[in-house]
Design a protein around this ligand. Structure first.
Ligand code: PTJ
Length: 243
C-alpha cells in the first residue's frame, strides 16, 4: 500500500502496476528495463509536463482529428499503465486500436487485448500479416489497422518500426521520455512526456481544439523544435541542480 502523500506517489504507483503486470505476462522483463529508462529521463525533465510537451500534445490531438484513419498502437507497457486513457482517447479521436508487440506471442496479444477490452477499448482483431518493411515480428500487423492508417500514435516505441512506418508515408506520433532516442528523432511528432500525463492532455485537446486551430497546428509544427525544447529543459535543470 503506497501512501498518497508520499513525494514519489505517482512514480511508485506506476512501478507497482508495471511489476504486477509483468507478473501476469502483459509486460515483459525488457519492458521493466524500458520503464526504468523512462523514469530516469522523467527525473531529468522534472516529472512534469513542460510547455513544449503540452504544445506537442495539442499538435498530436490536431493530427489525430485531421487524420482519415487514425490508429493507436498499443504494447505491453502502454496497456499496463494506461488502458483507461487509451479507451478515452479512442473515443474522442475516433481511432482504431491495434495491439502490436516487439516481443510478440499470441498469448501476450490475448492478455493485452483482454486488459484493454476490460477498460472499454474496442480492439482490432484478425489475422496479422507481415506487412511492414521489418525483419522482426513487429512487421506483423493488421491490414485494416496499422497497415491502412494514415496516422499512427506509437507510445513507447522502438526506433526501427517508427522509421518503417514513416517510410510508408504515415504520420507517426511518438510518446517517448527520451528526446535522444531513435524513435524520438525519426517520428513525425514526438511528445517528450510521461505516457500517463501525456494521454489525458491529448484526449482533452481532442475536445477543446477548434477545426481552425487543429488545421493551423497540423500545418505548422516542427519536430526538431519539440526535441530541442526538451533538451533545453534538461540542460537548464542540470545547470541549476545544486542551486
Ligand atoms: O510490449 P512489447 O513487447 O511491445 O515491448 C515494449 C518495449 C517498451 C519493451 C519495447 O517497445 C522497447 O524495447 O522499447 P525501447 O526501445 O526500450 O523504448 C522505450 C522508450 O520509451 C524509451 O526511450 C523510454 O525512455 C521510453 N519510456 C519508458 N517508459 C515511458 C517512456 N516514455 C513515456 N512514458 C513512459 N511511461
Amino acid at each position: 500500500m503506497i501512501p498518497p502523500d508520499h513525494p514519489r506517489y505517482r512514480s511508485l504507483v506506476a512501478r507497482e502496476r508495471i511489476a504486477r503486470y509483468a507478473g501476469e505476462g502483459v509486460v515483459t522483463f525488457e519492458g521493466l528495463a524500458a520503464h526504468g529508462r523512462g523514469e530516469a529521463f522523467d527525473y531529468l525533465i522534472g516529472e512534469r509536463t513542460t510547455e513544449s510537451a503540452l504544445l506537442a500534445e495539442k499538435t498530436a490531438a490536431a493530427l489525430l482529428l485531421c487524420a482519415r484513419r487514425p490508429v493507436i498502437s498499443v504494447n505491453g507497457n502502454t496497456a499496463a499503465l494506461a488502458a483507461d486513457e487509451v479507451a478515452r482517447l479512442q473515443e474522442r479521436a475516433r481511432a482504431r486500436v491495434e495491439v502490436n508487440l516487439f516481443h510478440r506471442s499470441e498469448e501476450r496479444i490475448r492478455r493485452i487485448t483482454r486488459l484493454l477490452e476490460e477498460a472499454g477499448v474496442a480492439v482490432e482483431k484478425g489475422e496479422a500479416e507481415r506487412l511492414l518493411p521489418l525483419s522482426h515480428d513487429r512487421a506483423l500487423c493488421l491490414r485494416q489497422g496499422i497497415y491502412s492508417a494514415d496516422t499512427v500514435l506509437v507510445p513507447l516505441e522502438d526506433g526501427d518500426r517508427c522509421s518503417a512506418l514513416c517510410s510508408m508515408g504515415k504520420t507517426v506520433i511518438a510518446i517517448d521520455l527520451n528526446p535522444l532516442s531513435r524513435t524520438a528523432r525519426a517520428a513525425s511528432l514526438t511528445i517528450v512526456d510521461e505516457l500517463t500525463r501525456a494521454l489525458p492532455h491529448v484526449t482533452g485537446a481532442c475536445t477543446s481544439l477548434s477545426q481552425e486551430e487543429a488545421l493551423r497546428l497540423c500545418s505548422s509544427y516542427d519536430n526538431r523544435k519539440f526535441l530541442s525544447g526538451a533538451l533545453e529543459e534538461i540542460q537548464k535543470r542540470l545547470t541549476h541542480a545544486l542551486d
